[in-house]
Design a protein around this ligand. Structure first.
Ligand SMILES: Cc1ncc(COP(=O)(O)O)c(C=O)c1O
Length: 440
């Protein structure tokens, strides 16, 4: 993309290299010298780059845009709050309880909450609360899950370099330098939907497991989902061992259903983290659970400390209040599900035309596309899919004006504004993109 026909992008990357490592403000925005994207505007479900190319966007900022970019219902609420209340004060306002009460009306397991500025911060708060409550250290996580950029959860199963023929588990490696080895000690990693592995971990470490921390639908691993039985098993094992179940709904919360993944499964966590869809792109996050667990946050001896200068600022909370009100009171999520279903059907027609085995994982509002015959049950299964062909297909889609992450581990995210997409055009572009991918 950032080739000779993208002179502005090229110039911006050159300038940015003088100012930021890798020329970007977030390492994952660097897509190489040729492909790094610089935007000039966003609206609805579209983004326009600084060279004037417009894309229909299915990446939507890694998921937060649930209604559409620059949705007036949300932006006006934020403008009103900063004009008439203020942005930040370091004190409480009625917005705090307004937002919690809205969430409680959608998520029946939540009794008390605290706010945060990002998913990372919400997870840190939930894990610290779980440790304070249980007085234990270890956290069980699932391979392929992602819980933000804080040292303790920046260890991953190296499925990329895993030899599927060898009878060994994938190596657990840090995301990169600067992550102390000691942060690995309190984490145990298991494959999703593997009952025996879960039992084995609890048999070995049960007395010291503070919590299981899991994305019920892995929004960072192709929307590969926990089975109903596995979710029940997680609940039962946590209860039997006096450990807590933390469901990380940073991506699924207020997206896959009004009450998030927990509403779909009918199985509830002790602590839940929320972010992304909760503010339609404004930086707001939260964690919460039962009053008994959340009241561990206190100034009593041994109580958990939580806070932060920007916590529950009025920009974040006015956006959350407006977004959650729309999601609660309108059929926005039903529209999103319908559009997501239609797009999967469209993609399925295209793949079938080329006799490509394919399947979809996860819910219609954030579906994973897997080029293989069976829906992966965990990250190791994902390795069996044709992710190289997917990436070639995705790169051609991007060149033709359809933006998405060119990695099948990132789902397609749908927002309400996607109902305006020209599906005939999209199908034609998808067909051309797959034809070109198969030739390359
Ligand atoms: C499930 C999950 N948890 C936590 C995070 C971290 O959120 P943030 O990037 O807002 O810090 C992410 C980010 O993608 C996520 O998907």
């Amino acid at each position: 993309m950032t080739t000779e026909n993208k002179p502005n992008s090229k110039a911006m990357l050159k300038r940015a290299h003088q100012n930021m490592p890798m020329g970007v403000a977030d390492s994952y925005r660097y897509w190489g010298e040729e492909n790094t994207v610089f935007l000039s505007s966003m609206k609805g479900c579209s983004i326009t780059d600084c060279d004037g190319q417009t894309f229909v966007d299915f990446r939507i900022a890694y998921g937060p845009i649930i209604l559409g970019y620059r949705d007036q219902r949300i932006d006006n609420a934020v403008i009103d709050a900063i004009t008439n209340i203020g942005a930040i004060s370091g004190f409480s306002t009625s917005l705090d309880s307004d937002v919690v009460e809205l969430i409680k009306s959608m998520c029946p397991n939540i009794e008390k909450m605290r706010f945060a500025n990002s998913g990372t911060e919400a997870v840190i708060g939930a894990v610290r609360t779980a440790r304070g409550y249980t007085k234990r250290k270890k956290i069980v996580v699932v391979e392929g899950g992602f819980h933000g950029l804080h040292d303790e959860v920046m260890w991953k199963s190296d499925v990329d370099n895993w030899n599927t023929d060898a009878e060994q588990d994938p190596q657990i490696i840090p995301f990169g330098g600067g992550i102390p080895e000691s942060t690995r000690d309190n984490q145990v990693s298991i494959p999703l939907n593997d009952f025996a592995a879960l039992d084995a971990v609890f048999a070995e470490h049960g007395d010291d497991i503070a919590a299981i921390l899991i994305e019920p639908i892995m929004g960072n691993c192709g929307s590969i989902a926990s089975t109903q039985e596995y979710m029940q098993k997680l609940r039962d094992v946590s209860d039997a061992n006096n450990s807590l179940l933390i469901l990380d709904e940073v991506k699924t919360g207020f997206r896959v259903a009004k009450g998030g993944a927990q509403e779909l499964y009918g199985i509830y966590a002790d602590l839940t983290t929320y972010a992304k869809a909760m503010g339609n792109g404004y930086p707001v996050a939260a964690f919460g659970g039962s009053a008994k667990v959340m009241d561990t946050i206190s100034f009593a001896t041994g109580g958990v400390t939580h806070g932060g200068t920007y916590t529950a600022n009025m920009i974040a909370l006015s956006a959350a209040k407006a977004t959650l009100t729309v999601l609660k009171d309108t059929d926005a999520l039903a529209t999103i599900n319908r559009v997501g279903k239609d797009i999967q059907a469209l993609l399925s027609r295209v793949f079938s035309k080329f006799n490509i085995e394919h399947c979809f994982a996860g819910p219609d509002s954030m579906f994973g596309v897997h080029l293989g015959s069976t829906v992966p049950q965990n990250y190791r299964d994902w390795k069996q899919t044709n992710s190289e062909l997917y990436t070639a297909f995705a790169m051609n889609l991007i060149a033709n004006g359809v933006m998405l992450e060119p990695d099948s581990r990132e789902p397609w995210f749908i927002c309400e504004a996607h109902q305006t997409v020209d599906f005939v055009w999209l199908e034609k572009i998808a067909e051309q993109s797959m034809a070109a991918a198969l030739k390359s």
